[in-house]
Design a binder for this molecule. Structure first.
Ligand SMILES: O=CCCC(=O)O
Length: 481
């Protein structure tokens, strides 16, 4: 397959772990081992730190136009290789091929968009007295340690690789060991696009050991993570020694408010949109709608429309063209999802469809719709990260907003309404990083992605990435001593 690798990438060379150890990669649709990737040794991690330091020393002085050209070529190579990369992603992560293809396309968009940004990392000239000059310049922050989750094996690495390369940093990418070969294909595209040795590096290995080793080094000047809250908290602790700044995109528990001003056709459209967004990637999405608050007047119609749509979803291996919902990414995740549903049912929720772990190979779990979920149910406070759609009833908007905001997360939120004034009330009333009005597609290269509270801090995507990957250096000069 073109551009697909199964090795570490250190200082411009692909190689196995120095002690030969490997980690198994499984196909979630069968549970079978489909690849073995290196389990980086301490020696490999020391080597990658040295490579990233050397890469930064040259790349920080490169011309922005050169960085842009590398990213543009990488985007073009990724487009040529999209079919192979998507196939690898589906094999190691489980999502339907159509979703994998769209994600590879999106990864290319990050490369392309940040190629444009590479030449636009402007500073600022300050007004000052005669004889003095004062300005702020943006300097690349330094070698970045980037940790990504398994749910989006292409777009999450791309959201970090693209700004790092664009703004003149070097980067050590540590993709999730469950789905690492997609990230390797992105890195191979950058290599083939001519990125100099040491600028982009990739290591796979035992995650706590890798992060502890890298962050303990003063070479690492910046940490970025897309992952869970506990991992984010651990990286904050690890960063205390060298005080590396962090960008953290962590969990979410996105509310949806469906308001009673919708007519019947709009309720149908809202239900279709929520079902599509909810079961994308089998619900393993940090911005997945996960608590659906529906106002009394449209509640029953909405539930009926949701059940109707869900009945039409086909669950199966991501490789089958008519599959809508693939398996969960690993056995651990399926067990956690089943437990949340079983606990909610035991607490009195009504399971309207799904809710049973199927027999047979692979880590499948059916799309599950719940109503009458009691307020204390764990699935209303724990991030479900799976194909569970709880529909909750509310009466007035203030009550709906209060319940929607009653979680420690603040990543995404959605509202469906025909009334712009009510949309504005919801927009102003929710403390989150991203809001969709009659829309659930939030991630885009030009848009800052991130949250507040336990969902993390900092933004990637959009011009806000400049803050994450550069430091503002203030310079003041006087003509004469
Ligand atoms: O799961 C987090 C990322 C979601 C996305 O990029 O659409």
């Amino acid at each position: 397959m073109t551009g697909v690798r199964e090795q570490l990438f250190i200082g411009g060379a692909w190689r196995d772990a120095s002690d030969g150890r490997t980690i198994e990669v499984h196909d979630p649709a069968t549970g079978e081992v489909v690849a073995r990737v290196p389990n980086a040794s301490d020696q490999d991690l020391d080597d990658v730190l040295a490579a990233a330091a050397a890469g930064f020393a040259t790349w920080r002085r490169s011309a922005p136009a050169e960085r842009a050209a590398v990213l543009r070529r990488a985007a073009a190579l990724l487009a040529e290789r999209a079919e192979d990369v998507a196939a690898v992603m589906t094999q190691e992560q489980g999502k339907p091929l159509a979703e994998a293809r769209a994600e590879v396309r999106q990864a290319g968009e990050y490369f392309d968009w940040f190629a444009g940004e590479a030449v636009r990392s402007y500073g600022r000239v300050l007004a000052t007295e005669p004889g003095r000059r004062s300005w702020v310049e943006r300097r690349p922050v330094g070698p970045v340690a980037a940790f990504t989750a398994w749910n989006f094996p292409a777009s999450l690495p791309a959201r970090k690789l693209a700004p790092a390369v664009a703004y003149g940093c070097s980067i050590v990418l540590c993709p999730a060991v469950e789905a690492p070969r997609t990230a390797m294909a992105l890195v191979a595209a950058l290599q083939d696009a001519g990125v100099p040795d040491g600028v982009v590096n990739l290591v796979t290995g035992d995650p706590p050991r890798v992060s502890t080793h890298l962050i303990a080094s003063p070479t690492i000047a910046k940490i970025t993570l897309t992952g869970s809250v506990p991992v984010g908290q651990e990286l904050v602790r690890l960063s205390a020694t060298h005080l590396q700044p962090l960008t953290l995109e962590l969990g979410g528990h996105a509310p949806v408010l469906v308001l009673d001003d919708l007519d019947d056709a709009a309720v149908e459209r809202a239900a279709a949109t929520v079902v599509r967004a909810k079961f994308r990637n089998a619900g393993q999405v940090c911005v997945s709608p996960s608590r659906i608050f529906v106002q009394d007047g449209v509640h029953d119609r909405f539930v009926a429309a949701v059940l109707d749509r869900v009945a039409g979803l086909k669950v199966g291996p991501g490789t089958e063209p008519d599959t809508d919902v693939g398996p969960l990414a690993n056995a651990r995740r399926r067990a956690a999802v089943a437990e949340l549903v079983d606990k909610a049912a035991a607490d009195g929720a009504t399971v309207r469809c799904g809710g049973r772990t199927p027999d047979g190979p692979g880590w499948f779990y059916p799309p599950t719709v719940l109503t009458d979920v009691p307020p204390g149910a764990a699935l209303l406070s724990e991030e479900p990260f799976g194909p569970i759609l709880p529909v909750l009833r509310f009466t007035d908007l203030d009550e709906g907003l209060a319940r929607a905001g009653d979680v420690p997360y603040g990543l995404a939120a959605y509202v469906f309404t025909s009334d712009l004034a009510r949309a504005d009330t919801v927009i102003a009333g929710l403390d989150v990083g991203m809001i969709g009005v009659n829309e659930t597609a939030l991630a885009a290269a030009a848009s800052p992605f991130g949250g507040v509270h336990l969902s993390g801090y900092g933004r990637e995507g959009g011009t806000e990435s400049l803050d994450a990957y550069t430091v503002a250096t203030a310079v003041t000069t006087r003509g004469k001593p």
